[in-house]
Design a protein around this ligand. Structure first.
Ligand code: ATP
Length: 192
């Protein structure tokens, strides 16, 4: 990552197999690491990244350092087991945001849409809607949330989110087509 929150300079963090613990004094940037992971996987809520707008993730400067113009995070995943449905051994997902608010996404360095990242991670448990990053207060939220919201977590784990998503997309297309049909019928009856 580079220019993301407190990480002004480009840094690389390696997460091996098993557990990685991040320790450090209060305010040293531990949570910013997990924010970066959620952000690169498509998090859209600035609030859940502890900001008020998305540009708040860009390094805002310190007493002796000027603010930066953009933030960039890449996550490099080992995909030799093809858990992600893309035919590469390594998958690199990159997200960049500029002060203007303009954002960019890349999969293996090719520009893509947020939708592509969302679909890449769907039903894997990782990603924006995944359950692999459990933030502070998340457990409370899960326990106290409505049962429908809770069901979403089980649906992601069971791997059925993508079917629900596809159904939703298909329904949207269907509604659009019905609308078009109606318009055509109107034209036909006008001509008749
Ligand atoms: P705690 O142990 O208190 O939870 P932490 O180690 O998790 O702390 P973080 O919350 O990750 O710390 O980091 C907070 C620090 O990040 C603060 O010092 C804050 O000023 C800095 N920070 C957050 N956003 C930015 C930004 N856009 N630019 C520069 N610094 C930032």
């Amino acid at each position: 990552m580079q220019g993301f929150k407190s990480f002004a300079d480009k840094i690389e963090l390696e997460f091996g197999k098993g557990i990685t613990a991040i320790v450090g004094p209060n305010g040293s940037g531990k949570s910013n690491v997990s924010d970066a992971i959620r952000w690169v996987m498509g998090e859209q809520s600035a609030k859940s990244l502890r900001g008020s707008k998305m540009e708040d993730v860009i390094f805002s400067g310190t007493q002796n350092r000027k603010p930066l113009g953009f933030a960039e995070v890449s996550i490099i995943l080992d995909n030799s087991d093809r858990k992600l449905k893309i035919d590469f051994d390594t998958v690199t997902v990159t997200r960049r945001v500029h002060r203007s608010g303009e954002g960019e996404y890349f999969i293996n360095k090719s520009p893509c849409r947020l939708k592509d990242i969302y679909e890449l991670f769907m039903d894997t448990g990782i990603g924006r809607e995944g359950y692999s990053v459990v933030g502070q207060g998340k457990i409370d939220e899960i326990l106290s949330s409505k049962s429908e919201d809770r069901r979403h977590i089980f649906e992601e784990a069971a791997g059925i989110s993508k079917y629900k998503y596809r159904k939703n997309e298909a329904e949207k297309k269907l509604a659009q087509t019905e609308e078009n049909l109606l318009r055509i019928k109107d034209i036909v009856s006008e001509l008749a």
